[in-house]
Write a protein that binds this ligand. Structure first.
Ligand code: AMP
Ligand code: MG
Length: 590
């Protein structure tokens, strides 16, 4: 549950037409009568506006105020524009002044996990919510249900509903539905994605060895020291255009004498005098006292010089100053920066032929399972070809790791113990896939128990619930699930951040953005759902996302078709068409 406030919250869940607002309007006087101080949160249609056209606040908002706080003797209102995405429920709750409230009532927000009373009227003809929503804690309806132990009230009996709410508020909300209880922290064996990530990151360390690396082979490496500019960039003041260099204190003249022509890589080595111009090419140094360049298109050469009739000339135009991009001594890149094309070019532009980087990580990879067979051979009965080792190796290559391929381990405890020992002696990290699910009789678990301190976690996510993590010979060990999609999603969420930290990268966070869902998405409350998605700009220029279709965790093709993961947070169980959802672009990561 997501009540981050100290005040109990209670929702009223119903289909439209049930009369939620009317009921609340009648209920509130009874609650205030009982001395409850009430906060209301209501979810409204996106076109809704509290302001009135023509009012000062309206005019100021339209004129560009992102936040508009309007106040009078009796009330104040803060209107905040959220053009990109609707604010998260948790965030909205933090807007309340909880010291002044006894309960927050919520109208709408049906898909978000927090305690609610279901309101139901037969005439509306809609299905019941309670069978599929564990957040319903009571029912107020015009009919009885037999298959539920929940407290039931008559929807027309305001006194009982009020009594229920008053009791609820006095008890400080529902203990069993408190924030931790229905979510991720209930059992230590169950971890949220974030908790798993944090645990792992706190247990892995950056390698200490560094080495010098030539700039041309530095792609993907991580800087082990800061890069400080030893030069001015550009090194000298130069022309930004092909044209004519003149003095800025000599602009009112009709005609200039051309005293030289300077190409890039050459220079005019005398101070420019008044009345003189130097014909100059882009990138060539401007002569002393010549601080202005007129572009060639605005010039007419005459038999004895050049004129710029009609051109408006401003002193200093079309000239790039020495050190304008980077002054000598300035910080260019910091330790922990991963290098790619632009950084390679920058480092070279400063004159460095090589740079200090962290040494490469060595990562050992295994597959496990008697049914798993190496590709490139005739398929045996009852077996599948190994794909996990290859997706893992691809992702490791992408991260610039050195790969130690230990092949497929047969289901034999001693073989596994030996291989894991050997791998952990040679590598910085050991990764396996398969054999870590709950109830799995695989030998890898027995082997791991024998070897080191390994925890078998259940992560509240799909795909990729089982995950083993620990140390063998002080080397981090990841036991990824067996299903091919789960392997990739677990790698992205847990292995990649750890490897990046070990490689020396500082505070790396994956890019996440919001997109509008073009199909409705379902997820179970309390777990993070990673669907494979395809995002694109629609014809209106809006970022939209759709799934790749069937989402089984064995359908590896979905990872190939996807360009993002759609992340549905534990608090949400349905995303409707048109609603905003978080996506994690995969470009450059898999
Ligand atoms: P497990 O967790 O070992 O029960 O594996 C779960 C599923 O993933 C089973 O259907 C396995 O056959 C499959 N699987 C395990 N390892 C691999 C692999 N290396 N490549 C492809 N599929 C695998
Ligand atoms: Mg297995």
């Amino acid at each position: 549950m997501i009540n981050t406030t100290t005040v109990p919250i209670l929702g009223f869940a119903a289909y439209s037409g049930t009369g939620k607002t009317t009921l609340l309007e009648a209920l509130l006087p009874q609650l205030t009568e009982a001395a409850l101080r009430i906060g209301m949160l209501k979810h409204a249609h996106h076109n809704f506006d509290v302001d009135k056209e023509g009012k000062d606040s309206y005019r100021l908002r339209k004129a560009g105020a992102t936040q508009m706080l309007i106040s009078s003797r009796n009330r104040y209102a803060l209107m905040t524009e959220t053009p990109d995405a609707e604010s998260e429920f948790e965030y909205l709750l933090t807007r309340f002044d909880c010291d002044k409230l006894d309960i927050i009532l919520v109208e709408g927000c049906k898909n978000i996990a927090f305690p609610k009373i279901e309101l139901h009227r037969e005439v509306v003809g809609k299905p019941w919510l309670y069978p599929n929503d564990t957040n319903i804690i009571a029912i107020a309806a015009d009919t009885q249900v037999d298959d539920s132990d929940l407290p039931q009230m008559d929807i027309n009996d305001l006194d009982s509903i009020a009594e229920f709410v008053i009791q609820y508020a006095r008890q400080g909300g529902q203990e069993s539905q408190s924030p931790a209880a229905c979510c991720d922290t209930l059992s230590p064996a169950f971890l949220s994605v974030t908790q798993g990530q944090e645990k792992i990151l706190s247990l892995v360390n950056t390698v200490t060895d560094t080495e010098s690396c030539s700039v041309e082979s530095s792609f993907g490496r991580v800087l082990a020291g800061d890069i400080i500019s030893p030069v001015n960039v550009p090194q000298y003041t130069n022309s930004a255009m092909d044209g004519y260099a003149i003095r800025g204190d000599d602009l009112d003249r009709q005609h200039y004498q051309i005293v030289a022509e300077v190409l890039a890589g050459h220079a005019y080595d005398r101070p420019l005098e008044k009345g003189q111009a130097v014909k100059i090419m882009t990138g060539a140094p401007t002569p002393e006292l010549a601080d202005t360049v007129v572009m060639r298109e605005q010039a007419t050469e005459t038999s004895d010089g050049v004129t710029f009739s009609g051109a408006t000339i401003k002193q200093g135009q079309n000239v790039r100053q020495a050190g304008e991009d980077l002054p000598m001594g300035s910080d260019v890149f910091s330790q922990g920066q991963r290098l790619s094309s632009a950084e390679m070019g920058m480092i070279a532009s400063l004159g460095f032929g090589d740079c200090d980087v962290y040494r490469k990580l060595k990562v050992a990879v295994f597959s496990t399972g008697d049914e798993v067979q190496a590709p490139g051979s005739e398929q045996k009965a009852n077996s599948i070809f190994d794909s996990n080792r290859f997706t893992i190796m691809g992702m490791l290559q992408n991260l610039g790791c050195e790969i130690l391929d230990f092949g497929i381990l047969e289901d034999d405890q001693q073989t596994m113990v030996d291989a894991l020992q050997q791998a952990s002696a040679q590598a910085d990290v050991v990764i396996t896939s398969g054999g870590v699910s709950v109830g799995d009789a695989d030998y890898i678990k027995l082997a791991l128990d024998q070897l080191g301190s390994i925890d078998f976690w259940r992560i509240n996510m799909r795909p990729g619930r089982p995950l083993a993590f620990g140390q063998i010979n002080d080397k981090p060990f990841f036991g990824l699930p067996g299903n091919p999609v789960a392997v990739m999603v677990s790698f992205i969420n847990f292995v990649e951040p750890a490897l990046r930290k070990m490689q020396g990268e500082v505070d790396w966070q994956p890019l996440k953005v919001n997109a509008i869902a073009t199909e409705s998405l379902r997820s179970r409350q309390g777990r993070t759902e990673f669907s494979r998605g395809v995002y694109q700009l629609d014809s209106r220029g809006q970022l939209t996302v759709t799934t790749t279709g069937k989402q089984g965790s064995g359908i590896l093709r979905s990872m190939s078709e996807a360009n993002c993961l759609i992340e549905i947070s534990p608090a949400v169980d349905t995303v409707k068409v048109g609603e905003s959802v978080t996506i994690i672009p995969l470009q450059g990561r898999i």
